[in-house]
Design a protein around this ligand. Structure first.
Ligand code: GDG
Length: 464
């Protein structure tokens, strides 16, 4: 493994870790960028293992080291597909109706969180910074404190935080404040999420908020702050400029609308298709015929709710195309396969509008990638949902929509397609300045600096 810097190395933990050379996907790509700058050790889940042994298996070493923890088939089902993605994910995306509690899932989550904590406790030097990512590991810091680890520990939650009503549907709700309080810094994407965490902490009789906004619980202080994640804006702009041209077989004056999302019920894809349907229905004959390309590679296909959303979406695409298509025109092109990053970058640049309209989303990197990829002299328009975390930073330049309100969403599509060049340029300039200033380096530096500066005050042994 690489040498440890004198002021402590960075230990990052996330469920997904790149096993090959080129990481893809929002979180993984962001962490890769962060570690390229800071160096350190990245710990993630192994592909399923035979036995659940303790310890870490090194899987690569370059600008930073990578290692995996063991995960059995049964744990993959209980911890990953079960508690993480059928309980926490729907709950944190405001969908308590989709919760599926299965016997043993929480036990698997506890077992994996404890194994990860034991592995970190064994290798962490006293000055190392521990940075935990996302809802898969909410208990790891609490376990580390129980093992006597006094290092500074940060948590960054990439997804939204539930409101105080929804959180009551979590059987383990009473434990949540002690899990959160075991960190020194709890980072969320938006100010709205900070308010939601605060609401949950307020219901905990052991927690107290101090005048400066930090919390104290069981003698430890911790901060809850927003750190909106950014992208490698410069890299994306270059990838978009240099992307291979794809012949889309469209009329030169036909507007191109683009959506890029993991296939997930939180992304509002059916609502988006229906709004596009409403826009097409209101379109006057003779107006340019738009094409809407939706890229939505499948994810978590072993979870029932994901099979349902896929079927719903296929039905919607088929019926909308059936109603509006012509011999030489298919309005919706729905692509379920993974598309290479440079092709996506090229499509972003070519698109006249991006539809980024989730029903709930921690941030949404696609909104930022689209802006970085556009030609500033002839930019497209970002149509952005109020419910994307990105709306907090991008409301001035984007066309904000409520994805549940089909008629006004359809009007926003029309406004985007017909927007004059000067307005497009001024909206884009505003968005671009933000995306380039608050990029992935800005995010990493902010979080790490804040974590390093945390007072840190020893273990929280035995706190419940
Ligand atoms: C979580 C939070 C938060 C998608 N399809 C393809 C492809 N993508 C890439 C996009 C983008 C990424 O995947 C998706 O990122 P998002 O931010 O939209 O969403 P999640 O995966 O749900 O990520 C989210 C994020 O964490 C970071 O904190 O913003 O709110 O849910 O980069 O470009 N990339 C390629 N082919 C595809 O087919 N190459």
């Amino acid at each position: 493994m690489a040498d440890r810097p004198k002021d402590g190395r960075l230990i990052v933990v996330s469920n997904r870790i790149p096993k090959g050379d080129v990481p893809s996907g929002g979180l993984v790509f962001a962490l890769h960028e962060a570690l390229m700058g800071a160096g350190g050790l990245w710990i993630g889940a192994a592909d399923v293992t035979e036995t659940a042994e303790d310890g870490l298996t090194p899987i690569g070493s370059d600008a930073y080291d990578r290692a995996t923890f063991a995960l059995t088939e049964a744990e993959h089902e209980g911890y990953y597909l079960g508690y993480a993605n059928s309980v926490l994910w729907p709950l944190f995306h405001h969908r308590p109706d989709l919760l599926t509690f299965a016997e043993g899932d929480f036990d698997a989550y506890v077992a994996v969180n404890k194994r990860v904590a034991r592995a970190i406790a064994k290798i962490a030097g006293s000055d190392d910074l521990i940075w935990i990512h996302d809802y898969h590991f909410l208990m790891v810091a609490h376990e580390l404190r129980a093992l006597g680890v006094t290092n500074r520990i940060g948590l960054f939650l990439h997804i939204p935080f539930p409101n105080p009503n929804d959180i009551m549907a979590l059987p383990q709700v009473a434990m949540l404040p002690s899990w959160l309080a075991a960190h020194d810094v709890v980072g969320v994407q938006t100010r709205r999420d900070v308010v939601s965490v605060r609401e949950t902490m307020r219901h905990d009789p052991k927690a107290q908020i101090l005048n400066d906004g930090t919390w104290i619980r069981d003698g430890r202080t911790f901060a809850v702050l927003s750190f909106p994640i950014g992208i490698d804006a410069e890299g994306f702009e270059i990838a978009a400029r240099e992307a291979p041209t794809v012949d889309l077989q469209m009329a030169p004056d036909a507007p191109l609308l683009l959506g890029v999302d993991r296939l997930d019920y939180s992304k509002g894809l059916v609502h988006r298709f229906e709004a596009f349907d409403a826009y097409l229905s209101a379109r006057k004959p003779g107006m340019p015929r738009p094409t809407f390309i939706q890229i939505a590679p499948g994810s978590r296909e072993d979870v029932a709710a994901y099979k349902e959303i896929r079927e719903d979406l296929e039905r919607a695409a088929g019926s909308i195309n059936g109603a509006h298509a012509d011999l030489d025109w298919t309005p919706i092109r729905y692509i379920r396969r993974h598309v290479d990053r440079d092709r996506i970058a090229g499509l972003y640049r070519r698109a006249d509008a991006a539809l980024v309209t989730p029903l709930a989303d921690g941030m949404n990197l696609v909104a930022k990638e689209f802006v970085a990829a556009q030609d500033p002299d002839d930019p497209g328009v970002l149509i952005l949902s109020h419910f994307a975390g990105a709306a907090e930073q991008m409301e001035a330049g984007a066309l904000l929509v409520n994805p549940f309100d089909r008629a006004s969403f359809a009007r926003a599509i029309r406004q985007a397609v017909e927007m004059p060049l000067e307005e497009r340029k001024s909206r884009h300039a505003d968005l671009r300045a933000g995306v380039f200033a608050q990029d992935i380096d800005w995010w990493t530096t902010n979080f790490i600096d804040r974590l390093r500066a945390a007072p840190g005050q020893g273990p929280n042994r035995g706190a419940a």
